[in-house]
Design a binder for this molecule. Structure first.
Ligand code: KG4
Ligand code: ZN
Length: 351
């Protein structure tokens, strides 16, 4: 039998200061996320300098709280995983230096983890109090839709990614955020659009389906511009802005587009297993549409709702795979603010 493994993970790539402990790569013992959302809301987006200074203040209490909740001490942990990139350099540095400090103090192994890989491994997580669901099987097609990335990655095994398509311009989450701003809705835009859409008619406006450069690529900037022109025209004619109807129609267009591209790529590459990941996977309409693909013969995996947006549990889940695979980092590692998932295996000093 495999030995029990406890991974302590730290995540500070953007505006959440997070730490978590995961047992055997899947079973979540504790997860703490200190969100800075309210601090950034007044700027309408993440203010990098404010984010890194807040991480400095919060990181150690968050690590202490997660260990306390897991009823473990640092000595019980088998390895320390930390988000190495991609993300905001000044934010990543805080988590990385905290992890290096813990490693220096304890002599535990250090594992740098790709944040996007973390989002994908969120689908392996479950609460420790719940029975273990079946693990995702390969070949698997992952739709990764976050605030900074939107791509389709084919996995033929653990830690192995082939990018089949990606956005040519905005990420899906960014499109939600920018469109929300156009509609006068609060930051972050994804949850705000979802909420407005609940009261709106998704058939009220037809947005033409975007066209991207390559077959499985995405493009979101046209959709955002279509909303801009619609709002401008209504304003010019002195008409009220039907915010809820526009939000619902926009959300439907994005969801249909994400689903259609995923299904096309999955069929072309004979992947029967689908996985949804990234902050946009918190969207209820997208989650439902993805689940409905089970009726078309796909096996579908969606992370638990709480682990869709940024958290450290997902970094622990991915860190576990790296650790047991022998991918270790050392104290000389640097942050990688633009690290693509397709190169996620290249940064390790031992393997
Ligand atoms: O993965 P994430 O937490 O951070 C990045 O790594 O980028 O994703 C954040 C993005 C934001 O753009 C946010 O608006 C979007 O995820 N998001 C949503 C929802 N919740 C968060 N988009 C649509 N519907 C949601 N419910
Ligand atoms: Zn993220």
């Amino acid at each position: 039998m495999e030995e029990v493994t406890h991974i302590l993970a730290i995540e500070t790539s953007c505006d959440e200061t997070a730490a978590a402990v995961v047992h055997d790569g899947r079973s979540l013992l504790s997860s703490v996320v200190a969100s800075q959302m309210e601090m950034h809301a007044r700027y309408g987006g993440v203010y990098p300098e404010v984010a890194s200074r807040q991480h400095v203040l919060t990181i150690l209490p968050v690590v202490e709280e997660t260990l306390h909740k897991a009823r473990l001490s640092l000595a019980d942990v088998d390895a320390i995983a930390v988000t190495q990139g991609p993300g905001l350099a000044g934010s990543l540095v805080v988590g990385m230096n905290a992890a290096k400090g813990l490693v220096l103090g304890t002599g535990k192994p250090l594992v740098g983890v790709n944040h996007l890989e973390g989002h994908i491994y969120a689908a392996w997580l479950h609460e420790a109090s719940q029975p273990t669901p079946p693990a995702p099987d390969f070949p698997l097609l992952a739709l990764l839709a976050s605030g900074g990335h939107t791509e389709l990655d084919l996995m033929t095994g653990h830690l192995n990614y082939r990018r089949l398509g990606a956005t040519n311009d905005d990420a899906a989450g960014e499109a939600f955020d920018k469109t929300a701003r156009l509609l006068g809705l609060a930051y972050p835009g994804g949850p705000a659009i979802q909420k407005a859409a609940e009261e709106g008619d998704s058939q009220a406006f037809k947005f033409t389906r975007p066209k991207a450069e390559a077959e499985f690529d995405f493009s979101f900037s046209g959709l955002k511009t279509a909303v801009l022109y619609l709002v401008r025209n209504l304003e010019k004619n002195g008409q009220p802005i039907p915010v809820n109807d526009i939000a619902a129609s926009f959300q439907r267009a994005v969801v249909d587009y994400l689903i259609n591209q995923t299904v096309a790529a999955a069929r072309a590459h004979k992947a029967k297993n689908l996985l949804l990941a990234g902050g946009v996977s918190a969207n209820l309409s997208l989650r439902q549409a993805f689940l409905n693909l089970q009726n078309d013969g796909f096996t579908v995996h969606i992370p638990p709702f709480a682990y869709c947006t940024d958290n450290a549990a997902m970094i622990a889940a991915a860190g576990h795979q790296r650790f047991v695979g022998g991918y270790l980092s050392n104290l000389g590692m640097d942050v990688l603010p633009t690290w693509p998932i397709t190169r996620a295996s290249e940064q390790y000093l031992q393997k």
